[in-house]
Design a protein around this ligand. Structure first.
Ligand code: PLP
Length: 395
C-alpha cells in the first residue's frame, strides 16, 4: 500500500493531486482506496470517452495482447494499418502518422509543415503562426507555440520561428502573416480561457490568408477530437479543411496514442527516416482505437453527446439563475465550462471531491467538465446536485 506521503517523497512535484488514492474506476464512477465513490466529470481530462474500464475495449486489449504487444515500425502490424484506413475513410485525410501523445502529434505536425515548405517552396518559409490562450502540450515546442508566461517561465531559450496572434481577432490577422509563414496552428475550440469557439469571421480570415500566403492549416484536435464536441472531429462544424490534424487523448480511450492526419500532397513530400517513433502505431493502442472510431463515429452516438450537453446546460443555467454563482457558462458538446463569479476555485474543487464529485480546472476562475461521452443521465443529474451543494456550502 502507498500513502499520500509516498507521493511527495518519490514524485517530482509537477502536480498537486487530490488527497485520495484511486483504486478502481468503471464507466463514470471512481472509487478511492477507502472505498469512497466519486462521480467523474473529468473523464481522465477528455480521454476516457467510452467510460473507464470499458468491457468491450478490455476484451480487444486482452485479445491483442495475446497476439502482439510491440515490434516497432520496421514491421507492419494489422491494427495500425486498419486504424489508419478507417480514419482516412471517415475524414478529409489520405494518410496517417501514429505517435503516443498530443505533444508528439504537435511536434510531428510542425516538423512536417516545415519539411513540406523546405522541399516544395523554400527553407526560409518556416514561420509558424499560433494564437493566444492556446494549449499545445508541454514540450519546448508546445510551450513556445502557446507562449503564455505560466507555461514558458524558466524554460528559455525556446524554439524560434513562431509568431503569436490574438485568438479570434480577425481584423489585424493579416499583419501576422507573410510569405515566410509555413503554417498556422489553431484549436477550433480552446479550453484554457473556458470553452471558447473560434468565430466564423476568424475562420474565414484564417482560410483566406492561408491561401493567399500559401501556408498550411494545422488543426489541433487533441482535446476537441473523438466526439468531444458532438462531431467526430470539431473541424466538421467549422467549414474549414485542415492540411494537418493532430489527435490523441480519446482515440484509444486512455491507452496512449497520438497522431496526425494529412493529405497525399503533404505526405508525398516526406521521406523515409525524416521522422519516427518507437512506440507509435503499436498494435494494442491501434486495435482499441479501431473500435473507438467505430463506436464514436456513429450518428446516433454523436447526437446523444449533444443531448447530454443540453442536460448539463439546462441544470447549470438553473443553478445560476437561483444563485448567480457563474459569470459565464459555455460549452461545445460534452465539454462544458463555468466561470465562477466569486467562489475560490480550489476550495470548490476540494469540497466537490469531499462531496463525491471530480471536476477540472480550466484556469484560476473557471471549472471545466469533460466527462465520458456515455455518462448516464442520472449521473449527470447527481453530479450537478453535488456541484450545487458544494457551491452553496461556499457561498
Ligand atoms: C489542445 C491540446 N493540444 C495538445 C495537448 C498535449 O497533449 P498531451 O498531454 O497528450 O501531450 C493537449 C493536452 O491537454 C491539449 O489539450
Amino acid at each position: 500500500m502507498i500513502n499520500a506521503n509516498d507521493y511527495s517523497n518519490y514524485m517530482v512535484p509537477f502536480y498537486a493531486p487530490a488527497d485520495f488514492i484511486v483504486k478502481k474506476a468503471k464507466g463514470s464512477l471512481v472509487w478511492s482506496a477507502n472505498n469512497k465513490k466519486y462521480i467523474d466529470f473529468t473523464g481522465g481530462i477528455a480521454v476516457t470517452n467510452l467510460g473507464h474500464c470499458n468491457d468491450e475495449l478490455i476484451k480487444i486489449m486482452n485479445q491483442q495482447s495475446k497476439n502482439l504487444w510491440h515490434l516497432s515500425n520496421l514491421y507492419m502490424n494489422e491494427p495500425s494499418v486498419e486504424l489508419a484506413k478507417k480514419l482516412c475513410k471517415k475524414t478529409f485525410a489520405d494518410k496517417v502518422f501514429f505517435c503516443n501523445s498530443g505533444a508528439e502529434s504537435i511536434e510531428a505536425s510542425i516538423k512536417i509543415a516545415r519539411k513540406y515548405c523546405t522541399n516544395n517552396i523554400d527553407k526560409s518559409k518556416n514561420e509558424i503562426l499560433s494564437f493566444t490562450s492556446s494549449f499545445h502540450g508541454r514540450t519546448m515546442l508546445g510551450i513556445a507555440l502557446a507562449k503564455a508566461k505560466h507555461l514558458t517561465d524558466g524554460f528559455a531559450p525556446l524554439p524560434k520561428g513562431i509568431k503569436n496572434h490574438t485568438y479570434n481577432d480577425f481584423d489585424k490577422l493579416e499583419d501576422a502573416f507573410s510569405d515566410k509563414t509555413a503554417a498556422v496552428i489553431l484549436e477550433l475550440v480552446q479550453w484554457q480561457s473556458g470553452i471558447t469557439k473560434a468565430n466564423k469571421k476568424f475562420i474565414t480570415k484564417v482560410k483566406q490568408l492561408s491561401k493567399k500566403y500559401n501556408a498550411l492549416v494545422i488543426i489541433d484536435e487533441v482535446q476537441s477530437g473523438v466526439g468531444r464536441t458532438g462531431t467526430f472531429f470539431a473541424y466538421e462544424q467549422f467549414n474549414i479543411a485542415p492540411d494537418i490534424l493532430c489527435f490523441a487523448k480519446g482515440m484509444a480511450n486512455g491507452f496512449p496514442i497520438g497522431g496526425i492526419l494529412t493529405s497525399d500532397k503533404i505526405s508525398d513530400s516526406m521521406t523515409v527516416g525524416s521522422h519516427g517513433t518507437t512506440f507509435g502505431g503499436g498494435p494494442i493502442a491501434c486495435a482499441i482505437g479501431s473500435r473507438v472510431v467505430d463506436i464514436i463515429s456513429k450518428k446516433a452516438f454523436l447526437s446523444d453527446v449533444l443531448k447530454k450537453e443540453k442536460k448539463f446546460l439546462k441544470s447549470l443555467n438553473e443553478i445560476n439563475s437561483s444563485y448567480r454563482c457563474f459569470n459565464q457558462i459555455s460549452s461545445a458538446g460534452l465539454w462544458v465550462s463555468v466561470e465562477l463569479s466569486s467562489i475560490d476555485i480550489d476550495d470548490l474543487i476540494k469540497l466537490s471531491h469531499k462531496n463525491g464529485l471530480m471536476v477540472l480546472k480550466a484556469n484560476a476562475t473557471t471549472i471545466r467538465f469533460s466527462p465520458s461521452l456515455i455518462i448516464e443521465d442520472h449521473l449527470i443529474e447527481k453530479g450537478l446536485e453535488i456541484f450545487k451543494k458544494s457551491i452553496l456550502q461556499l457561498q
